[in-house]
Design a protein around this ligand. Structure first.
Ligand code: ATP
Ligand code: MG
Length: 419
């Protein structure tokens, strides 16, 4: 048998230290903010039947046609590791009868899998935070969801990304726009990238999303959705934008913004780093941090009754890159023992302090002389030394700066040890 250590799978990451702290900070901040907006937590399976994604995302999308991790299980069923959250949440909404809770605001986070070319900010296993409002057709739902995204970014300390907003209209507007786009791009088909030529008949909206230099010259003059919006769709968009203004969410209009998946209607949006900003420098070309929109058609594609819904997802790794490396929180107290008899007291004291919300490291092993140095390396607010030979109180407190904590402990410790 080979003794070589197996390598991690390409496009996966092991996250540790300051990067892991930034990752956790993103999740913790999301958890706090989603509570402010009263989004309820849901947990979803990491895999689903392949059709859950194939039917809801659309067969011609990049995700379904090229990026899914699909496999047959031992029973011969085709399963797929989730490439996104929305389809699974929609499946759960239908199979669990969550209609009874509508309008339902839910939030979740966890790992997702896409077979993509790994690069900075793009992985094969990555993580998202995700928020959805299901069973709400009014523009207020879009506004609330976007206000939550905006507040989250601010609370993460990210101030140089802006909401880019578009409408894709209702089904009729979108269809008319699609037809016009096909006509427009067909005239210049030969000059488009191979990928866009392929998209032309199946998914022409996606051409607008192209980053290929061969497509770029044709994008600016392509037909705009505004020319095809029904009165109702225009009014909907106007209500969203005036709501955002009222909620203090800054936005810019992005007329050629489309989303990669088929199920979007009306509102579509992405938060993108401002040109020349620190966030743009940190993320490079992989620049969308948070994206989403309204997906009024999705439930029907899964066999459910028409159910309007709107949601967004953001890559945790990308957000963590913008947050930057975070220091681990400072240790409050290191407890050092000078002899084996005191270990029990150290354990007792450690448990009591942690119950009070004070963080503790025990240093009870190795050469007694070196234990204090070991404790200093943890950079604690206070060092407590325990030993039978230590004066009448049986412990010794030293401090490296945190006076308040020092005085608090000085009063507490005899009492805790006496219990
Ligand atoms: P992109 O245009 O970057 O491929 P997308 O449109 O495929 O993004 P969504 O499906 O909308 O992305 O996912 C929402 C967010 O999830 C993205 O804005 C990004 O932050 C993150 N994300 C998507 N794919 C990856 C990936 N492979 N690795 C890391 N993060 C990702
Ligand atoms: Mg993608």
């Amino acid at each position: 048998m080979s003794k070589k250590t197996p390598q991690a799978i390409r496009g996966t990451q092991d996250i540790f230290g300051a990067d892991a702290e930034a990752f956790a900070f993103v999740v913790e901040t999301f958890e706090r903010v989603r509570r402010l907006y009263r989004f309820r937590r849901v947990e979803m399976p990491v895999f689903e039947k392949t059709e859950v994604f194939a039917r809801s995302l659309g067969e011609t999308t990049d995700v379904v046609s090229k990026e899914m991790y699909s496999f047959e299980d031992r029973g011969g069923e085709s399963l797929t590791l989730r490439p996104e959250f929305t389809a699974g949440i929609a499946r759960a909404f239908l199979t669990n009868g969550w209609q009874q809770y509508a309008p339902l605001k839910v939030a979740t986070h966890g790992p997702l899998f896409r077979y993509e070319r790994p690069q900075k900010g793009r992985y094969r296993q990555f993580h998202q935070i995700d928020a959805e409002v299901i069973g709400a057709g009014e523009p207020q739902a879009d506004v609330e969801l976007l206000a939550m995204a905006d507040q989250l970014l601010k609370e993460l300390g990210i101030h140089d990304v802006t909401l880019h907003l578009n409408t894709l209209g209702d089904a009729a507007s979108r269809e008319a726009w699609r037809t016009a786009l096909i006509e427009y791009f067909r005239a210049v088909k030969d000059q488009l990238s191979e990928e866009s030529q392929e998209r032309l008949e199946k998914n022409p909206l996606r051409i607008l999303d192209s980053k290929d230099p061969r497509d770029k010259p044709f994008l600016a003059d392509a037909p705009k959705i505004d020319a095809f919006l029904s009165e109702e769709a225009s009014a909907f968009f106007a209500a969203v934008t005036s709501g955002l203004d009222a909620a203090g969410v800054k936005w810019v209009r992005a007329e050629s913004l489309v989303r990669g998946l088929d199920y979007y209607r009306h509102t579509a949006f992405e938060f993108i780093p401002d040109e020349g900003s620190a966030s743009a420098a940190a993320l490079g070309s992989q620049s969308t941090v948070l994206g989403g929109g309204r997906y009024d058609g999705l439930m029907e594609s899964l066999g459910g009754a028409p159910t309007p819904a709107v949601g967004w997802a953001a890559g945790i790794e990308r957000l963590a890159m913008l947050v930057g490396a975070l220091e681990e929180e400072r240790l409050d107290v290191a407890i050092v023992t000078n002899d084996d008899v005191s270990v029990r007291n150290a354990q007792k004291l450690g448990a009591a302090l942690r119950t009070l919300g004070i963080s503790v490291e025990l240093v009870t092993t190795g050469s007694v002389r070196k234990r204090r140095d070991k404790a200093v390396k943890h950079d604690p607010g206070c060092i407590v030394t325990l030993g039978v030979d230590l004066i009448d109180r049986g412990f010794l407190l030293t401090t490296s700066g945190d006076e308040q904590l020092y005085h608090r402990l000085d009063g507490l410790i005899p009492e805790l040890l006496a219990r």
